[in-house]
Design a protein around this ligand. Structure first.
Ligand SMILES: Nc1nc2c(c(=O)[nH]1)N[C@H]1C(S)=C(S)[C@@H](COP(=O)(O)O)O[C@H]1N2
Ligand SMILES: [Mo]
Length: 549
C-alpha cells in the first residue's frame, strides 16, 4: 500500500509513471480483443445497472481500482516470495555453505535488509521492461523512470527485510550466553516487543499510504489550476445559435458540453502526459518532403479553423453518456499534407499515437474535406491531457475510435493498416449511427404534476437531443404510448456536425405514459428501430421514457 501511494505521489508530483497503471495498460493491450471487449462491455453494463449517469468517469475509476488491486496482488506475492527467501536463507541448509548468508537472523553475514533491497530491485525489472517496451506513456524519460521503479522497489524490499529481521530476532531462542536470563512470567518482554513493533510497522505503513494519497491528490489539483486561470472560449462568447427560436426544455443537457464533463474513452488507465517541448508531429512515408512540426509551428503556421463537433463513442449505448459536443480548434490536415507533398502512390494515412493507438483514413478524404483537421484546442484552450494534448484528429461522421488523440506520426502509405479496435473486432468503417434521446419530461418530480408548457394551455414539455453524425437531423418525432408519431420542434444546431436539441410540447393528460423518440438524418434516412448492441458497429434502437403524470 505505501508503495502504491508513493507511485501515485511521483506521478502527480513529477509526472513519473505509476507502476500499477503501467502494468494494467500493458496487460490490456496484450489480451486478445474479445476478452478486452467483453471486459469493457460487462463493466459498462454493471456501471449502468448501478445507476451511474456518467459511464466513462465511472469506467475509468473502475479500471484504475482494478489496476491498483492487481498491483497490490503482485506486491503481496512478491512479498511472500521475499519472506520465503529470507526464511530459507536463515535456516541451516545447503545454502548456508555460502558464508555470507549464514546467520541471517543474528544479523551477521549479509543482512535481510540488504537482501530485500536487492531482491526488491529484481521485482521491479518486469515493470521497467514493460515501461520501456511501451514507449513514453507519461512522457517521463526512460532512464529517470527506470531509476524511479528501482528505487521504490528497493525501498520496499529493504523495509520488508528490516521487518523480517526484527521479527526473526525477537522470536529467535535467546542466544546461548544469556541462558540464565531472569523472566517474570509467560509473557516475555520479547513478545510484547514484537507486538508493539508490528503495530508500529502497520502504523508507519498506513501513515505513508495516507500521506502519499493526500499529497498526490493535492498536487494534482494544483497542477490542473494553471489552465483554470485561462478563460474558456464559451465563458466570454455567446453560442452561434444563441438567438434560435426553439428554446431548450429545462432539464435538457447543455448544448455545449463543458470540457470537464465530456466523456473520456481510451486505452490508458492514466492519460499520457506529453511535454510540449519534446513533442513533434512527423508526417512521412510516401511523401516528397517528409516534415515535422512543433505544436507552436502548427498553431502559428496556419490559419485556425473552429468547428462545433459532436463526438460519440461506438460503445455508447442508446441514451448513454458517451457523447459530447465541443468547439474544436485546429488546422485542416490538407494544409500540412500540401507541404509534405504526397507521392502518387500514396492512398492512405496511417496515424500513430503516443499510447500505441493507431488508425487510418483515405488520403482522398483528407484532401477533399477540409473539416478533417488536426485539433489542438477545445473550448479555446489547449487540449487537456485526457482529451489528447497536444494534438488529435477529427473526421466528420465517424465514431471516436477512428480519431486518435495524442498523435505523433502520420505515414502516407499505399495500404491502410487496420485500426487498433478494428483489429479487435469492431467495424472498420465505424460510421456514426442516427440516434435520438429523451433527456427530460418536464414534470415536477416532487408533486408529479406537469409544468406550464409553451402552447398556451397546460402542456408537458419533453426535450432531448438527436444526432445524425455529419449528416445533420431533418426531423424528430415523438410517440405517446401507442399513438401516432408527432413532429417535435428542432432547435437550430451549433453546426452541421453537432447534435440538435428538440422539444415537444405535449397537451397534458394524467396517467402513466410512455414517450418514445425517433429521428431522421439530413439525408432523410430514418433511425433504425430494431435494437442492436454496440458491437460491432454502434447501437441501434429507440429510446423511451415511462412517466407517471
Ligand atoms: N491515442 C488514442 N486515441 C484515441 C483512443 C485511444 O485509446 N488512444 N480512443 C478513441 C476512442 S474509442 C474514442 S471514443 C475517443 C474519445 O475521445 P475523448 O476521450 O476525448 O472523448 O478517442 C479516440 N482516440
Ligand atoms: Mo470509443
Amino acid at each position: 500500500m505505501p508503495m502504491t501511494a508513493l507511485f501515485f505521489l511521483g506521478r502527480s508530483a513529477a509526472g513519473l509513471p505509476a507502476a500499477p497503471f503501467t502494468a494494467f495498460d500493458w496487460i490490456s493491450r496484450k489480451l486478445p480483443g474479445p476478452i478486452v471487449t467483453f471486459g469493457i462491455d460487462s463493466m459498462v453494463a454493471v456501471i449502468r445497472r448501478a445507476g451511474f449517469r456518467r459511464i466513462s468517469g465511472a469506467a475509468k475509476a473502475a479500471e484504475q481500482s482494478l489496476a491498483v488491486m492487481g498491483f497490490l496482488l503482485y506486491a503481496a506475492l512478491a512479498g511472500a516470495l521475499l519472506f520465503a527467501l529470507f526464511r530459507s536463507l536463515g535456516r541451516p541448509g545447503p545454502i548456508q555453505r555460502f558464508r555470507h548468508f549464514r546467520d541471517l537472523r543474528n544479523g551477521r553475514g549479509i543482512s535481510s535488509t540488504f537482501l530485500g533491497f536487492t531482491a526488491g530491485m529484481a521485482f521491479s525489472i518486469p515493470l521497467i521492461l514493460i515501461y520501456l517496451g511501451a514507449r513514453a506513456f507519461t512522457g517521463a524519460a526512460p532512464f529517470g523512470a527506470s531509476v524511479w521503479f528501482l528505487l521504490i522497489f528497493a525501498a520496499w524490499g529493504a523495509s520488508l527485510g528490516f521487518v523480517y529481521r526484527r521479527l526473526a530476532l525477537s522470536s529467535a531462542p535467546p542466544p546461548s550466553e544469556t541462558t540464565t536470563r531472569p523472566g517474570p512470567g509467560p509473557v516475555s518482554a520479547e513478545s510484547l516487543d514484537r507486538r508493539t513493533f508490528l503495530i508500529r510497522v502497520g502504523g508507519a505503513a498506513a501513515t505513508l499510504t495516507v500521506a502519499g494519497a493526500v499529497v498526490s491528490a493535492w498536487l494534482s489539483t494544483r497542477r490542473r489550476s494553471p489552465a483554470s486561470y485561462q478563460e474558456p472560449w464559451s465563458s466570454g462568447h455567446p453560442l452561434p445559435n444563441a438567438g434560435a427560436e426553439v428554446r431548450p426544455v429545462p432539464g435538457t443537457r447543455p448544448e455545449l458540453t463543458p470540457v470537464g464533463e465530456h466523456y473520456r474513452i481510451d486505452i490508458n488507465a492514466g492519460a499520457p502526459a506529453i511535454p510540449e517541448e519534446s513533442w513533434r508531429l512527423r508526417i512521412g512515408g510516401l511523401a516528397e518532403r517528409p516534415k515535422e512540426w512543433t505544436l507552436a509551428g502548427i498553431r502559428d503556421g496556419f490559419p485556425p479553423q473552429d468547428l462545433f463537433i459532436t463526438l460519440s463513442c461506438i460503445s455508447n449505448p442508446i441514451a448513454g453518456s458517451l457523447i459530447g459536443t465541443q468547439r474544436w480548434t485546429g488546422v485542416p490536415l490538407k494544409r500540412l499534407l500540401e507541404e509534405v507533398r504526397p507521392l502518387a502512390s500514396a492512398a492512405f494515412l496511417n496515424i500513430r499515437a503516443a499510447d500505441g493507438y493507431h488508425e487510418s483514413l483515405p488520403l482522398s478524404e483528407a484532401m477533399e474535406d477540409e473539416r478533417v483537421m488536426l485539433a489542438y484546442a477545445w473550448d479555446g484552450l489547449p487540449l487537456t491531457a485526457e482529451h489528447g494534448f497536444p494534438l488529435r484528429i477529427y473526421r466528420p461522421d465517424h465514431y471516436g475510435m477512428k480519431q486518435p488523440k495524442w498523435i505523433e506520426r502520420i505515414d502516407l502509405a499505399g495500404t491502410a493498416e487496420a485500426g487498433y479496435w478494428v483489429k479487435r473486432g469492431w467495424d472498420a468503417e465505424a460510421r456514426m449511427r442516427i440516434t435520438s434521446v429523451i433527456d427530460t419530461v418536464g414534470t415536477d418530480m416532487e408533486t408529479g404534476s406537469a409544468t406550464e408548457g409553451g402552447n398556451g394551455g397546460r402542456a408537458v414539455p419533453i426535450g432531448g437531443i438527436a444526432h445524425g453524425g455529419a449528416r445533420g437531423v431533418s426531423r424528430v418525432e415523438v410517440r405517446v404510448d401507442d399513438g401516432p408519431w408527432q413532429p417535435a420542434r428542432i432547435r437550430a444546431p451549433l453546426s452541421g456536425l453537432t447534435w440538435v436539441l428538440w422539444r415537444f410540447d405535449w397537451p397534458f393528460s394524467p396517467g402513466n405514459h410512455v414517450f418514445t423518440v425517433r429521428c431522421r438524418d439530413g439525408a432523410g434516412a430514418v433511425q433504425i428501430e430494431t435494437r442492436s448492441p454496440v458491437r460491432p458497429d454502434g447501437a441501434t434502437g429507440l429510446h423511451s421514457e415511462a412517466v407517471m403524470l
